[in-house]
Design a protein around this ligand. Structure first.
Ligand code: NAD
Length: 359
């Protein structure tokens, strides 16, 4: 079998540092064929556009795409006609048909003190937010007429069904003893939510090993901070997901630790990237935290390439480096010594190699 083809899109700011580190880590866990392309500001400088047709085509042909981050002050502009780095991301989402956004939240045991919540509340939290990405109120008709304005929220059964399947399949793959999908809606008020609930309930019948419960979005927002350990997989529509995924991201308290995946049709490659931006304030200093990108690479192996054992090895390697006390500056408290991107990468690669030597 030929090696999986991975497109690397380092992007801007710290992007090249963290994607370069992730490439070294991936080379330690398997055989891949990498090609690298520009996106965002780097692509604007070279080609005058944040995403070229050739790069989009290369991404669509690949087995998976790993992205760093895009943007920076160099390309900030108020000129509406000037190209902007984030157009690269939007172009990729649209061009690759990415309709599902997955954000896992699993605070590393060594970092529970970084969470704004008390350690006993956060202990045992291991959840995944599955957000519908291309429908709902963000994409409905909208208009302003004098002193009135409206934004229409619309969902079709097909749109709900395909995101439901992503959530149920992810719940099955996560392999917890009690796989559960919590569908979040506002079915007591919204017609789209009633269609959502009906459709999710019907799809659930195809996934016997996975429990389903429904929760209203206001209650979900409360439960996420009061009792995050009760959740396994949360599936929800675009706007609720936008808000709840940021809320759950804060449970870990460290932006440099959060990975994400955007998935489209099963036959198409997914896009995997850290949640954070290009951190221009620390770019080029060798101090960027590469762990969110490593955990994104683990998601790529699991959800994009079906390599679950290798994904687990990376996650265990990240935990091990943190348990040994290694901290990049963003993770360290005032009294802790810090390491740079390279030392952190070496530590994770060392832990991963040790694990694979044992098995
Ligand atoms: P940011 O996430 O880049 O940075 C916020 C703060 O977190 C900064 O102090 C930064 O140094 C720190 N930080 C972020 N990631 C880190 C890491 N891996 N290691 C250590 N520290 C880290 O957000 P911002 O400053 O609001 O945005 C900077 C640029 O990134 C902007 O141009 C913005 O548009 C862009 N951005 C891109 C994406 C993306 O590509 N997906 C997402 C958000 C922001």
């Amino acid at each position: 079998m030929s090696s999986p083809q991975i497109v690397l899109l380092p992007g801007d700011g710290i992007g090249p540092e963290i994607v370069g580190a992730a490439k070294r880590l991936l080379e330690a866990v398997g055989e891949f064929e990498f090609t690298e392309h520009q996106v965002g500001g780097a692509s604007i400088d070279e080609h005058g556009a944040a995403l070229t047709d050739d790069v989009l085509e290369a991404c669509r042909r690949a087995d998976a795409v790993l992205l760093g981050a895009v943007g920076g002050p160099k390309w900030d502009t108020t000129d509406p006609n000037a190209p902007r780095p984030e157009q690269g991301l939007l172009g990729l989402r649209k061009g690759m048909g990415l309709y599902a956004n997955l954000r896992p939240v699993r605070p590393s045991p060594a970092l529970v003190d970084a969470s704004p919540l008390r350690p006993e509340v956060i202990a045992g939290t291991d959840l995944l937010v599955v957000r519908e990405l291309t429908g709902g109120i963000y994409f409905g008709a909208s208009a302003r007429d004098g002193d009135r304005a409206h934004d229409d929220c619309e969902y079709t059964v097909a749109e709900i069904e395909r995101i439901a399947r992503v959530a149920f399949e992810a719940a099955g793959q996560r392999g917890g003893a009690s796989a559960r999908v919590t569908s979040v809606d506002k079915a007591n008020v919204l017609e789209t939510s009633r269609l959502w609930r009906e459709t999710i309930t019907r799809v659930a019948a195809d996934y016997e090993g996975v429990e389903l419960d429904h929760m209203l979005v206001d209650n979900a927002a409360m439960q996420l901070v009061a009792n995050p350990g009760r959740f396994d997989v949360i599936v929800t529509e675009n706007m609720f997901g936008d808000i709840l995924s940021d809320e759950s991201a804060m449970l870990t308290g460290s932006l440099g630790m959060l990975p994400s995946a955007s998935l489209g049709a099963e036959s198409e490659p997914g896009l995997f990237e850290p949640v954070h931006g290009s951190a221009p304030d620390i770019a080029g200093q060798g101090v960027a935290n590469p762990l969110a990108t490593f955990l994104s690479a683990a998601m790529m192996l699991r959800h994009g390439l079906g390599m679950d054992a290798e994904a687990r090895a990376i996650e265990a390697g990240v935990d091990s480096a943190l348990e040994r006390g290694l901290r990049t500056p963003d993770l360290a408290t005032a009294d802790q010594e810090t390491v740079g991107t390279e030392d952190m990468t070496d530590a994770v690669i060392g832990a991963v190699s040790l694990e694979s030597a044992k098995s």
